[in-house]
Ligand binder design. Structure first.
Ligand code: PEP
Ligand code: MG
Length: 389
């Protein structure tokens, strides 16, 4: 959330509150994950120099705001943004994203006393779609549960919430609530640029059940002569290993894949994404993760559809070239990091990214793969990495 708001942040500083006194100066360095208490004049000077370097980078990033995310050898990457509500539209436009690749709708459901009804939701979805036309807006259906709760739903606490009643599982069990959202999305699709995707698809049954409800909602709207886009595309998020493993079957039915790497990593490596104690196991460049991504992208392309990544790794300038080398067609990232990702894409050769991906697919060590990714990224766009004082 801090990243999407452009707020510098450092987490996990366990003793900082004891070390600071009222009136102390604190210099927060979000790039390196440090806080300097009462910095010396020399430190202030060094950070002043860093601020100048950053200002000159910002200038370069502004210059490419309206340019496409295309590699030096012509591979076009669709670079879109992840948003949480209608207020984020401004940031999408300000940072030059090509629409929205992930609209996390659960934020409309939390921090309030009751469920938003169809009309409330329709207004928000339509407003976002209208503001970003003709660029696509991919609305993700409700992904409550796991680490996102709505107090008014009073869900029973579970032993393993991430493995429990969340996302599409919860929605399929609450068809009335789910259909209100589906009708709201369908109505907003009359704008012409709306797509929809389901989170946490684990197999074909969930896909079929969700689509049956969409058909029911479409019939209701037709009956009432309420307009919607008959051809609205529906995709599946690939964030459970089982979905990646049956990507060939899913690819014959869906219009696109969006890889939710935040969850795909936690489920594949059995490492809770919110648990600091196992964060060392949460490795995006683990060979198992790369194989699942490759499998998903290959299945998509074999069946003539596109595959994107909307998890945090898509917005890491060191990892974006690897994803591109693996064949990913779309990257959806926090609005504030769109310019940096675009900058590196525009300085990259697809052939270099492919060579990196080939190396990664042969390598057995996650840290070696990450080091190679960093090397290519630093050579490609050194100014993005001038963060150290
Ligand atoms: C993901 O899992 O990568 C994702 C984009 O969804 P969320 O972070 O909202 O679970
Ligand atoms: Mg997810």
């Amino acid at each position: 959330m801090a990243r999407s708001l452009g707020i510098p942040a450092v987490v996990g500083l366990q003793t900082i509150a004891d070390e600071l006194e009222t009136g102390d100066y604190a210099l927060l360095d979000g790039y390196n994950g440090t806080v300097v208490v009462n910095p010396t004049d020399q430190t202030f000077f060094e950070y002043g120099q860093l601020a100048k370097i950053k200002a000159s980078l910002e200038e370069k990033l502004r210059e490419i705001k309206t340019q496409p995310a295309v590699t030096l050898d012509g591979k076009i990457i669709h670079l879109s943004a992840n948003i949480e509500d209608q207020n984020d539209v401004e940031a999408v436009l300000a940072h030059g994203a090509e629409g929205v690749g992930l609209f996390r709708t659960e934020f409309l459901f939390i921090n309030r006393d009751s469920l938003p009804d169809e009309e409330d939701q329709y207004k928000v979805y339509r407003q976002v779609a209208a503001a970003l036309k003709p660029n696509p807006v991919i609305i993700r259906t409700l992904d409550l549960g796991g680490d996102k709760f709505a107090s008014h739903l009073q869900l029973a606490s579970e032993m393993n919430p991430f493995l429990g009643w969340r996302a599409i599982r919860f929605c399929l069990a609450q068809p009335e609530m789910f259909c209100a959202q589906l009708r709201a999305i369908l109505r907003a699709s009359a704008e012409g640029n709306v797509k929809m995707m389901y989170p946490m698809i684990s197999g074909l049954d969930e896909w079929n059940q969700a689509n049956a409800l969409v058909e029911k909602c479409k019939a209701e709207l037709r009956e009432k002569q309420i307009p919607f886009d008959e051809k609205m595309e529906i995709g599946a998020m690939i964030e459970i290993p089982s979905a990646a493993l049956i990507a060939d079957a899913l690819a014959q039915r869906v219009k696109f894949f969006s890889i939710g790497s935040n969850d795909l990593i936690q489920y594949t490596l059995a490492a809770d994404r919110t648990n600091e104690k196992v964060s060392h196991l949460y490795e995006p460049t683990h060979p198992a993760i790369l194989r699942l991504i490759k499998m998903t992208v290959d299945a998509a392309h074999q069946h003539g559809i596109w595959a994107g990544v909307c998890g945090e790794i898509a917005g890491d300038p060191a990892l974006a070239p690897l994803l591109i080398g693996l064949g990913v067609d779309e990257l959806s990232v926090a609005p504030t990091v769109v310019p940096q990702v675009k900058y590196i894409v525009r300085r990259l050769k697809l052939t270099e990214a492919q060579a990196l991906a080939e190396f990664a697919m042969r390598c057995e060590s996650p840290s070696e793969i990450y080091a190679r990714c960093q090397k290519l990224a630093r050579e490609t766009a050194p100014s993005l990495f001038e963060n150290k004082t």
